[in-house]
Design a protein around this ligand. Structure first.
Ligand code: CO
Length: 296
């Protein structure tokens, strides 16, 4: 049993090491005038080259977008003087590393970025076997408010499991009255989101990211073929641009209408505020935690 746990944790660690390298390469590519699509494809390709698989499409969310933005097929959007969030997921045999970084291309929002970094650091310091998510939320909220910003209340950290990027416990970015207790060997992602806006996000526009909830019978040939391709992702999120292009819109619409897919529309700050995000994945230990996604 003990041995089995170690084997699993080693896969989480390997995913984390791959992610840390990929993230460093990606940050170097985030420059004014560079294509978003090039950065996303770099992240996903180099993940595979290093022996991992994307656990979800590379999210590139800018300014008041908090999450779930990813380039579309043949996307020609380039970076401007943006506040850029790069959120990356890597898995090894289903065991996931999840990490995000904010790059400020405006040169004017360093303090906003520092606030989410400091909140994450403060959270990591209190994580140990027996810690309550109430305490983690409190530390994150305090660190952010101390710096004159707001935490995004309806985005939170989360547990990770094999082929599942979002399981309980929820790890809030604010202090709630009720919480869960973390125990040794739990694997969780901590992700403070900070804003100078309203402190809340809402879904916006159409989705480029989907996941398969449950395959439902479909008669359209293209939809059947697409379903087969999608089943490869084992329930993890995928991007529309990853799919075979042949009659893609028809096939995707058919699957959506059958109720097989979950959609992930872009999440935007409700007050139009700028958002920064910093995220690491950690393994809870007796007296602390091990950050799997930090550069050694
Ligand atoms: Co996450």
């Amino acid at each position: 049993m003990e041995e089995e746990i170690e084997l699993v944790l080693d896969k989480y660690r390997k995913a984390g090491r791959i992610l840390a390298e990929v993230r460093e390469g990606a940050v170097a590519k985030v420059k004014e005038g560079a294509l978003l699509l090039e950065v996303a494809e770099f992240v996903e390709q180099s993940t595979r080259e290093k022996g991992g698989e994307p656990a979800f499409p590379c999210n590139i969310s800018r300014n008041d977008e908090a999450a779930h933005a990813t380039p579309s097929i043949d996307d020609e959007t380039v970076f401007g003087k943006d506040v850029v969030k790069i959120d990356i997921g890597v898995h090894v045999d289903g065991y996931i590393a999840d990490s995000a970084v904010t790059v400020d291309l405006s040169g004017e929002h360093a303090e906003l970025v520092k606030a989410s970094e400091a909140a994450l650091d403060a959270a990591i310091k209190v994580i140990r076997d027996g810690v309550s998510t109430i305490e983690i939320g409190e530390v994150i909220e305090h660190t952010i408010r101390e710096r004159g910003y707001k935490p995004v209340v309806n985005l939170s950290g989360h547990g990770l499991a094999r082929y599942n990027a979002h399981i309980p416990p929820t790890i809030p970015n604010v202090r709630y009255e009720h919480g869960a207790v973390l125990k040794e060997n739990d694997v969780v992602a901590i992700e403070p989101f900070v804003t100078d806006g309203a402190g809340k996000i809402a879904e916006h526009g159409t989705a480029e990211i989907y996941s398969l909830i449950k395959a439902k019978p479909v008669r359209v040939h293209e939809a059947k073929k697409l379903l087969k391709a999608i089943e490869e992702y084992q329930g993890l999120p995928f991007a529309k641009r990853w799919l075979p292009r042949e009659r893609l819109d028809l096939a995707l619409r058919t699957l959506r209408n059958s109720g097989a897919l979950r959609e992930y529309p872009v999440l935007r700050e409700e007050g139009g505020g700028l958002v920064s995000q910093t995220e690491h994945t950690v393994i809870v230990q007796k007296d602390g935690c091990e950050v799997t996604t930090r550069h050694p």
